[in-house]
Unconditional design. Structure first.
Length: 183
């Protein structure tokens, strides 16, 4: 059972060769931080990482954030396209016990309404222990659109895997939780 006296932890992972080398400004990580500060009213500790497009390194980071840092939600940005170095979905699948394909399906559906190249994106999600891992595209606008689509289901998913209670700002996003059954 999670410790309710400690703020939930969220892992924010930017996956980019250039950003990890300091050649390119990381825009994905700050976009994730801003998004969660705007949409969650539960105080959360944000654990950020900027890493290269290396499958072993991505796997290691996801394991660290889930197993050692205790992040209930880990969101990645970048590495979901068809390019040779885009291996984020493969790394996610390698570390998860269960895959949650509905997240990727919904994100692509929403993105296709904006841009026809959304079919090239391989966003996915999975569960490792008590952590939900979601892969997002790299562009801040696409990050926001995709999270807006899936965030209503995220708190309940985290409930179901034994994570902490996350509450959304209802003026921004309404999280879905089933109504308790009455006798």
């Amino acid at each position: 059972m999670p410790d309710d006296t400690v703020n939930p932890r969220l892992g924010l992972v930017t996956i980019s060769d250039r950003a990890s080398r300091g050649e390119y400004e990381d825009r994905g990580g700050p976009a994730l931080r801003d998004y969660f500060q705007e949409t969650l009213i539960t105080p959360c500790e944000l654990v950020a990482r900027v890493i290269s497009d290396d499958q072993a390194g991505i796997e290691e980071t996801l394991r660290e954030l889930a197993d050692k840092e205790g992040c209930c939600l880990i969101v990645t940005t970048g590495g979901t396209g068809p390019a040779i170095r885009d291996v984020t979905p493969e790394a996610t699948e390698a570390v998860c016990q269960k895959m949650m394909p509905g997240f990727g399906e919904l994100m692509r559906t929403v993105s296709l309404q904006k841009v026809p190249t959304a079919i090239l994106s391989r966003q996915t999600a999975g569960i490792r222990g008590a952590s939900l891992i979601i892969n997002l595209p790299g562009q801040p606008k696409a990050i926001r659109e995709c999270l807006d689509a899936v965030l209503p289901a995220v708190p309940y998913c985290i409930d179901l895997i034994g994570g902490p209670f996350l509450e959304t700002n209802p003026e921004r996003i309404v999280a879905f939780r089933p109504k308790p059954k009455t006798k």
